[in-house]
Design a protein around this ligand. Structure first.
Ligand SMILES: Cc1cc2nc3c(=O)[nH]c(=O)nc-3n(C[C@H](O)[C@H](O)[C@H](O)COP(=O)(O)OP(=O)(O)OC[C@H]3O[C@@H](n4cnc5c(N)ncnc54)[C@H](O)[C@@H]3O)c2cc1C
Length: 345
């Protein structure tokens, strides 16, 4: 095992990896620049997957669940789900790194000289690994609001062009309302979803961020000298939906196993690309969302295995998913001209 390990970034990937490594006896220092741990994202995830992942560090996922989601309403199409929850992400991260050494500073590449191994778990920033050519980052905005106008066990979605607006329950009348889209200004999408579901409420917090939209196959190198990427820094986010918590934690588990295996990292990149290979066909769909709906039919059929695998994770019935997709496709208007919103990197 490496003698001195630094983990840069205490998001879902970094915090989970820190917990796994320290329980295995490693000497770990965590660098985290933000004081608002776990704030910049909504907290929806797959119940069974988080339950299994947290068993590795002796935590019980039930202790973090805020709302068990029963249905997703997309525009006005309803999809029943059984395995989707929202959870208290800041509390989980706090518990994962409790008792570990956390340095509240922004780390740079220079720290690499002080450690045997440095993990870049910095999310969309990818602060330490070489920057990606043609990176694709989706701008997002998110608010926490308090309202009584919505049904607690429901997630509400309104599609944009290449992205969507969402409303996720946080329990006790609090909601995450946000949007991410590569083409439409997310603020406009948020306004539309407010209007669509006739929401009035008090905004208590807001934040802006980005989501990496390219899957691991497009995020090489993942290992550079003694720096290795983990989580969203190497693209473990489902394209188009932007769901990345469970996937980033799975990436931590893969990295943990490679570190334990005598620090043999050569095969790590291959293992991550293989695990998330099913994201690739969905990523290829991204650009087609801006064109004719007829051009979408064949690629959608080609991606059907990935779409059904994704829906199964949520506990949605395949027939219901196919019906919902067909309805959405029929409603979709063509979009001839567009410009990408600019990302800061
Ligand atoms: C608005 C929004 C909503 C989302 N909603 C969901 C959702 O509901 N469900 C879901 O599964 N996914 C969601 N995602 C995606 C999900 O948040 C990420 O994919 C996932 O958290 C990635 O985890 P990570 O640990 O790799 O990165 P992050 O969670 O982004 O953590 C990276 C950490 O690194 C720190 N950092 C960065 N640079 C440095 C540095 N140089 N030095 C020190 N610290 C640094 C950051 O402060 C941050 O804490 C959402 C994302 C956004 C932006």
């Amino acid at each position: 095992m490496y003698k001195k390990i630094a983990i840069v970034g205490a998001g879902s990937a970094g915090a989970f990896l820190a917990s796994l490594l320290s329980q295995a006896g490693a000497n770990v220092n965590i660098y985290e620049k933000s004081r608002k741990i776990g704030c910049f994202c909504a907290w929806g995830t797959i119940e069974s997957e988080l339950k299994n992942l947290l068993k590795y560090v002796g935590l019980n996922f039930e202790d973090y669940i805020l709302s068990k989601v029963k249905r997703i309403i997309v525009d006005d199409i309803e999809l029943k789900v059984t395995n989707l929850v929202t959870f208290n992400k800041p509390k989980l991260i706090y518990d994962l790194i409790k008792g570990l050494r956390v340095l509240r500073v922004e780390a740079t590449k220079e720290i690499a000289g002080k450690y045997d191994l440095v993990i870049d778990a910095t999310g969309y920033k990818r602060s330490l690994l070489p920057k990606l050519k043609n990176d694709l980052l989706t701008p997002t905005i998110e608010y926490v609001i308090r309202t009584k106008d919505l049904d607690e066990n429901t997630i509400y979605i309104k599609f944009g062009k290449i992205g969507y607006a969402w409303i996720f329950p946080m329990g006790d009348g609090y909601w995450h309302i946000g949007a991410g889209d590569i083409i439409v200004n997310p603020i406009l999408l948020v306004k539309k979803i407010f209007k669509k579901f006739n929401i009035k409420g008090k905004v208590t917090c807001s934040c802006e961020s980005y989501i990496r939209s390219k899957p691991p196959a497009y995020c090489k190198p993942m290992v550079y000298r003694n720096i290795v990427g983990c989580g969203e820094s190497v693209g473990t986010v489902f394209p188009i939906t932007g769901e990345g918590i469970a996937h980033s934690m799975k990436c931590s588990l893969i990295l943990f196993n490679h570190i334990l295996n005598d620090g043999y990292l050569k095969k790590y990149e291959e293992a991550v690309i293989k695990e998330f290979k099913w994201f690739n066909s969905i990523f290829k769909l991204t650009w087609l969302l801006t064109g004719s709906r007829f051009k979408l039919v064949l690629p959608l059929l080609k991606s059907s295995l990935s779409i059904l695998k994704y829906a199964k994770r949520f506990g949605a019935k395949p027939a219901a998913v196919v019906r919902a997709l067909a309805k959405l496709l029929l409603r979709r208007k063509n979009l001839a001209k567009y410009e990408l919103l600019e990302a800061p990197l």
